[in-house]
Write a protein that binds this ligand. Sequence first.
Ligand SMILES: [Zn+2]
Length: 960
Amino acid sequence: MPEPKPFERLPGNVKPLHYAVTLQPNLVKCVFTGSEDVDIEVKEATKQIKLNSLDLTLRDIKVTLASGEKVLPASTEISTPNEMVTLTFDKALPIGKAKLSMAFNGELNDKMKGLYRSKYTSVNGEERYSAVTQFEATDARRCFPCWDEPALKATFDITLVVPSDRVPLSNMPEISREQHESDTNLQVVKFATSPLMSTYLVAVVVGEYDFVEDTSTDGIKVRVYTPVGKKEQGKFALEVATKVLPYYKDYFNIAYPLPKMDLIAIADFSVGAMENWGLVTYRETCLLVDPDNTSASQRQWIALVVGHELAHQWFGNLVTMEWWTHLWLNEGYATFVEFLCVDHLFPEYDIWTQFVTNTYIRALELDCLKNSHPIEVPVGHPSEVDEIFDDISYSKGASVIRMLHCYLGDKDFRAGMNKYLTRHQYNNTYTEDLWAALKEASNKPVGEVMSSWTKQTGFPMISVTSHQDGDNKVLTLTQQRFLADGSTGDSSQWMVPISISTEKKPSETVKEVLLDCKSTQVVLEGISADTWVKLNPGTVGYYRTQYPPDMLDLLMPAMKSKCLPPLDRLGVLDDLFSMVQAGHTNTVEVLKLLKAFEDETDYTVWSAVHNCVARLNQLISHTDFHPSFAAFVRKLFVKIGQKLGWEAKPGEKTEKRPESLKETERPESLRDRETESLRAAERTKVRERPRDRKSERPRKIRKSEKTESLKRPRAGKSEDRETESLRDRRDLKTKEYTLSEHFDPADGTAYDVVKIEDIAYKHYGDEECNNASIALPGSLALLSSSFVTSAGLASLVCVVGPRPSATPWRSSYDTATEEEVSRNAFVNALPPSKTRDMAANRRVSLMSNSRIPTGDAMAVIDDIVKNYQKEQRRKMRKQRREQRRRRRMELRKIRPPRDCRVTEWSAWSPCSKTCGIGEQTRTRTILKHARRGGKACPVLEETTWCGSAGACPRDYFIWS
Ligand SMILES: [Zn+2]
């Protein structure tokens, strides 16, 4: 582990009270100038003033004392490593108020932090820049010298000097606009004084934007700023924001403190969104809804992000953490509340179920690693602060707050929150301040319980055993740290709020206990021996449960009959599978449990089933068990496959389906979610990892490098998208075909596995290889066509793909085809015994490339015929090639050979992962094919690794 960098916080001898900051960005030269007058309070006489400043040139520094005397610093020392400037004066500054003034200039950088430039294309196609700020965590100091710590709150008067045709925005509403005294092209725009706030929440934007606006029911003017010409795309976020503000006002019982709320989409943005008070900045994809292209799931995401950032307006902005160590509270809390809010506004999203799969399980999976870290991490130097914006802060933070919410109950939780926000408004807090307020409201030992979760790494596994004592069932609960590698871990212990449900009331908690020691016994009265008992109803507790086989066996019928609610079915499976992975339980147990899901109907539960099956498949795929496992999986998926089919049914909607499928309403339309989302689960399964880059949630990305549009011109983007979608389609096809090996929803019959190893898309563009490639027609028709029909013929189709000249083969069941005729002729020519033998011994040599229903004689014959014909065609092709070769030889006598010529390599595509190890590709295309024996074409696509393994903990899951 690297040594932490030496770090000291600013001394408390001088504090800022009010900043008057003027900024003048030059959007052509990408520089800015500024000046500031800071009202300060000298708390003890000192010769030094230390404040933060980075990458700025300072000048005209002076202090005006209360007496009116002006004092210049004797020396100005700038320390780049400490991001600090130290002003030293000849004599001590007296206690009392004073004003520190200076001018400064800097670069509108391309680092997406501080005051930076964001590139966009104007309506007439001109490349332009806007100036945007991103200050969290410690980059306000790159824009103006300041006491850049969250606890040093002050008020702000912002003035912007901007070109007359640009939109200037800041946290507060504009109060005046005048023409610049010496330059008629410039305007001086002043904004109202802000409330007391931390420097990291200050924001300015100068650029060209359209907006849509509305007023919330509690009278706040809300605007969504979009790129010029795209204001329609801001309407969804506007609708969400105007509803969210009154919801939070009601929930926290405190009004939103500012007079306006702006949400703005920024072209180049490092995080998903940033909660600047009154001016929330978003990555475009986290705010804009394009009715033709934005999927329903992306809308859900946008609703969550808007909900998250607006929650920060209270929790984070009004009440702020004292230091970054307590950042998790900001983020964990906002991540929890965004779900409360979206659940309230869009109950049809069933958002809590998604919380469990996307946030809770994600956190458990990370947190069971030995190198996890506590939620609350002591941090110092700015470089460490950035590292704690990770999944543990966001996802584990939100998960333990959800557990706390359940432990306290909504009423006490809200009362405690209101106490906390009211007591500490415009101020700063430690994590313990929240626990204190919640304890007062609930009378429960919140601090003790929560400290065990926030200060310790990992989480417990609760092992449960039961025995019968007359009419009562007695459970013994034991806790130990759960680790992915199965080791028993350390002596960590947690205070675990445990809820228990039973068969009598499957969705209710019948007993609550606080496990505050290693082991305890719980007596469940009136519960007979044959009644199931389950821990953690609703999968709320942040722990894993280990059941013995007899308790699992009792749960099995309730899983099968779906008496257990979906989140509980999912929880039981996910817990058990994690036990299997850690080696605590035999794999057979999870296979037994999986059988209970044959009649499952819930999409999210199917996602968990798939996750489990896919991982087992990876382990088993090269063992002798695989055929049996494949048969097991086919059987598991047959019923749901039959129910859904592949093609969408009329009127069906899917959360994963693009809006282009005519879903113009906002997603109340997920009515038929159950059915369609199952199909979506299958599609997701089909897509697997290669599509991660698209599905990755942008708000969780914190890139330290430039975003795409900074790297390359926007004009190129649509082409890139085309190439990308083409590439995706290729991936999709290959994957879908692989999937077809596993199960057949059409009839559930056992099939031999198709052996097509040469789906040669990698040779796309190469004439020879393309003609030899085999694929299946039309992307969505793929699955059905790859499954053998009940009539029994594998309808493989050749050369469907990017080349229009390709001619598909036809199924030999098409009427009156050449194949049909040949087949009949062939069959007639065979002696009857031979036919029988072939049917019995299915693996005849000709059938190398197809899948045949077990015991179907006609299919076997068909296959033989088809392969026979293929062989004939192969021979003919060979002959034709030979002829062509001879012709070429003759031509060569007249003209020299020509080598293949290709273009230069394209630029590398963006990395497929924004953290960790990903892939990037580059391509080139053929300019001239080789002729007359010239050199053949080289490789046309190259892939390389990118990113770094160490980047993840910091980069993942940040959206401020
Ligand atoms: Zn946040």
